[in-house]
Ligand binder design. Structure first.
Ligand code: ADP
Length: 480
């Protein structure tokens, strides 16, 4: 059953019960008042007549006329019950009843019901009269219930009709009020129904923010906002993935083209006709394959880092890591640039995954060597800062233009200078991802033409359990 009908029913039931109880009380109250009015009349008239007779006065016609107003019947009896005088008796009315005898025998007033004519009941009040005064011994006044009953019947009809009308009105009113109270709910429901799947930007109307429906609409609107934001984030993540896949495919296509071009050349003629050329082709194929392997490994590292941070953290000396990485870079640079490691005064202990941080140091050193012209120098040093342990790699290389600095950590981003070089633009993304998975960060500063400095800062305290890399909006270079 709809709420509107249920509300109407409850209200009607309550109001009906109240009206019924009120009607009953009114009826019995009025009945009591009317009946006692009849009884009072009989009592006062009989008593007045008796006192008059006792005082030796005769009951004048005018006085009797007053005593028998409102249809009151008056009997004056002697000791044997014979009626000495009767005033205003009903037509064909009986004169006999037992009440006078009771009063005479007891010497005290007696009262009761009697039917003096037809079915009409009377209230009879009998008062004994002092025997000294004459033959009269008992005075009876009989007041008819007829008028009271009639008034009661009229009152009954008015009451039933009034209560019925009030009840019907209250049902109508309750139905109307329930409808008015529920109309805002209907409006909200209609608005919600009209919202399609892609309509998360729409909001429900809030007519009155203070009432229950208003608060419900505000709550639903809040939920819609959160859903909208969640959908937008999901859409953004999907877009990032799409761009990442597109960039990755683009990067993989270049070495693949080299490989297939050289392979075709070998297949068609070089293998037999030009062994020297064939050897160069094989070298180019191997280089391209190596580049592909490096790229795929980088992609794997990045995607794995995106999914979770399964770090194997422990307490390590960052200086030892820097020294080892410097050693490897020195060997790789093959004397092109000098790679110098500055030993700190004391060990710089921090909590980190040694392999991953070694990887970061290697990426920074590789870049420094790669982007520093021959004869330049690269410096790596470690120090304890207030906020954490810092590993700094600086070079005297080509530097990075200021407007490019914020972009170099993004996947596949390369500056114009490095585009001709072999880099694919994933190293710094990986480095930053590793730093962030440790709760740390990487900062870069550079002066074009003079050199660059990259600083990895790791927190001294271990990252909390289950620390996941901070999610960030990656902007990718679209394939060109
Ligand atoms: P890449 O594989 O191209 O080196 P990275 O993500 O490591 O990719 O670096 C992104 C870009 O940032 C590089 O292509 C280069 O343009 C610039 N870069 C990184 N390190 C340095 C540096 N030490 N000196 C100058 N430019 C740098």
């Amino acid at each position: 059953m709809p709420i509107r009908w249920r509300l109407t029913l409850y209200i009607a039931l309550v109001i009906g019960a109240i009206l019924f109880a009120l009607g009953l009380a009114l009826y019995f109250l009025s009945r009591g008042v009317l009946l006692s009015g009849v009884e009072d009349t009989a009592r006062s008239r009989a008593t007045a007549a008796a006192r008059t007779i006792e005082s030796g006065e005769s009951l004048s016609d005018a006085y009797v006329g007053q005593l028998t107003l409102d249809g009151v019947v008056l009997f004056v009896r002697d000791g044997g019950g014979s009626v000495l005088r009767k005033v205003n008796p009903p037509a064909n009315g009986a004169t006999e009843n037992v009440i006078w005898r009771e009063a005479k025998n007891s010497g005290r007033p007696a009262s009761g019901m009697a039917t003096l004519s037809g079915d009409d009941p009377f209230y009879v009040y009998a008062v004994p009269v002092d025997p000294q005064a004459g033959p009269a011994r008992v005075v009876e006044a009989a007041a008819p219930y007829e008028f009271a009953q009639h008034a009661l019947e009229v009152f009954e009809t008015v009451l039933v009709a009034g209560i019925g009308a009030a009840f019907l009105l209250s049902i109508g009113g309750a139905y109307f009020l329930a409808g008015a109270a529920l109309r805002p709910v209907e409006v909200v429901a209609n608005a919600a129904r009209e919202m399609g799947e892609g309509d998360l930007s729409k909001r429900l109307p809030v007519a009155n923010p203070g009432d229950e429906v208003g608060r419900l609409a505000i709550t639903i609107n809040g939920l819609l906002s959160r859903l909208e934001a969640a959908f937008a984030r999901r859409e953004e993540a999907l877009e990032r993935q799409r761009r990442f896949a597109a960039d990755a495919s683009h990067e993989l296509r270049t070495p693949l083209t080299t490989i297939s071009g050289h392979a075709r050349m070998l297949d068609e003629w070089a293998l037999e006709e030009d062994p020297k050329r064939a050897k160069r082709s094989v070298g180019a194929i191997r280089a391209a394959a190596g580049r592909m392997r490096g790229l795929i490994e980088s992609l794997l590292i990045l995607t794995r880092g995106d999914e979770s941070s399964d770090l194997e953290v422990g307490r390590h000396d960052l200086a030892a890591v820097a020294e080892e990485a410097a050693q490897a870079a020195r060997t790789a640079s093959d004397g092109k640039v000098s790679v110098e490691y500055v030993r700190p005064q004391r060990a710089v202990e921090a909590t980190f995954d040694r392999d991953r941080i070694f990887q970061v140091a290697s990426i920074l050193l590789d870049n420094a060597v790669k982007y520093t012209p021959e004869g330049g120098s690269v410096l790596i040093r470690v120090e304890k800062e207030d906020v954490g342990a810092a590993l700094e790699v600086s070079d005297t290389g080509v530097g990075i233009p200021e407007d490019e600095l914020p972009l170099i950590f993004e996947r596949f981003h390369r500056t114009d200078y490095s585009r001709t070089d072999g880099g694919v633009g994933l190293g710094l993304s990986i480095a930053r991802q590793i730093a962030e998975s440790h709760g740390g960060e990487i900062r870069a500063r550079s002066t074009p033409g003079e050199g660059s400095t990259f600083t990895l800062v790791l927190p001294l305290r271990p990252p909390p359990d289950g620390y996941a890399p901070r999610s960030r909006a990656d902007h990718h270079r679209t394939p060109r």
